[in-house]
Write a protein that binds this ligand. Structure first.
Ligand code: 2AM
Length: 185
């Protein structure tokens, strides 16, 4: 099964971002906009994971998560991969404890490797983001990025890490399988 590990921002932060993004969706109908219900911040995409490796993942992820402390995040600004002028992915950015989120993502990837489920894009620099839209052909998202550049959402405390199943079909597309707490400050 196709798995990934992610953070789930709280409803208040998602609702506020959704209210800001909704008017943008109508202006750019050619983009494939993601819906608020599916929004998450990926720490590590694991791709296809076989049953034995999936069974080993839980304890590994639990231990890795427990070694990190809770930290603060907020939605802030926007960007695009690979560039705003020729975007394949238009995303919302994050601000807060950048080092903590990067170090948690590295530990999650290491735990997945030890469980026998190495991230297929291991080694790529980690850039925390929330995908707002995907583009079949490269799109000019410079105006969208500029519109959101000053956006700062409410800060929240990240306190859990989630293991999510990306389902090939059916609703919901993403099913939460398990989650583990970060250490309290
Ligand atoms: P994205 O938001 O940047 O598209 C589920 O597919 C999640 O895993 C998405 O958040 C997606 O990131 C992320 N992901 C990272 N690498 C991926 C890959 N090679 N294929 C599919 N999803 C990937």
């Amino acid at each position: 099964m196709r798995l990934f590990v992610a953070l789930a921002p709280p409803p208040t932060a998602l609702d506020e971002l959704d209210a800001v993004v909704t008017p943008l969706r109508a202006g750019q109908p050619a983009l494939r906009w993601t819906s608020r219900d599916a929004w998450h911040i990926t720490l590590a995409f694991l791709g296809e994971v076989n049953e034995p490796a999936a069974a080993r993942l839980g304890p590994r992820l639990e231990r890795a998560t427990a070694r990190h402390h809770q930290f603060s995040l907020a939605f802030a600004g926007a960007g695009a991969f690979p560039s705003a002028a020729r975007a394949r992915v238009f995303w919302g950015g994050l601000s807060g404890d950048d080092r903590a989120v990067a170090s948690l993502a590295a530990s999650v990837a290491a735990a997945a490797r030890r469980a026998g489920a190495p991230p297929p894009d291991d080694g790529r620099p980690f850039r925390p983001h929330l995908t707002l839209a995907r583009c079949r052909v490269p799109a000019d998202t410079r105006a969208l990025v500029a519109t959101l550049s000053g956006y700062r959402g409410p800060a929240w405390t990240t306190d859990r890490v989630h293991l999510i199943h990306s389902r090939p079909s059916g609703q919901p597309r993403y099913a939460m399988l398990d989650s583990w707490p970060l250490a309290r400050r």
